[in-house]
Design a protein around this ligand. Sequence first.
Ligand code: SF4
Length: 250
Amino acid sequence: MNEFLKNTDRIEFTVTLACTGRCRHCSEGDHIGCREHIDADVATASIRKICECYKIKSLMTFGGEPLLYPDVVCVIHSTARDLGIAKRQLITNGFFSKDLEMIQKVAKDIALSGVNDLLLSVDAFHQETIPMEPVKNFAESLVSLEVPVRISPAWLVSTDDDNPYNNRTRELIDELSYLGIPTGEGNVIFPRGNALKYLKEYFPEGVSESSPYDEDPRDIRAISFDPNGDVLGGNIYKTDILEIMRDYRP
Ligand code: SF4
């Protein structure tokens, strides 16, 4: 086994960078012209191969907005469930359609696919461009189908800092309290992408780009796939995932 991957126990898919939001805190930037998404067959074949050699404990799908491609998301999660991956997480802003029937159908497909930790991004930043109504419809459908959901807000400075954004976020969480969904710890916005551009005054002067989610290249815990198939310096459309993992060097 590759020594740099000896602790690998997680798989992540950035399903697409296309997004329905235009968040000023987004670490990915503006998402302009992003349409690409990961291929479901190649993604699921890669999950199967990784699971033959590694004990994978969790898998996550996110974006962009991953539910712009619900079939891809659902087949990735049902594959993970069938292979015995215990934790199967999806991060979504909850806005992929305004059509109630479509919203309910996607919620049902998610329930059937075995997602067991759905993180719903609701906060002052997301709701600057994402309407609450379809998000509420989606959340209501998920709750009625007993999909485990947590609200996952983005906080500015810290979870308890008193600033206008955090206060608006608290109001939005209150607005969803009728659903009985727990609020997870969410995340504190870090200086990258749009956040560094539009929220500069909330970071220490001269701060450089950083992310708490960056991996130690000498100790890769999560195998992270980009929408174009890039992973660990290789690409799954060109090279077998196990070969990429075998040949990986920091
Ligand atoms: S923060 Fe999430 S919802 Fe907002 S633009 Fe970025 S990917 Fe889209």
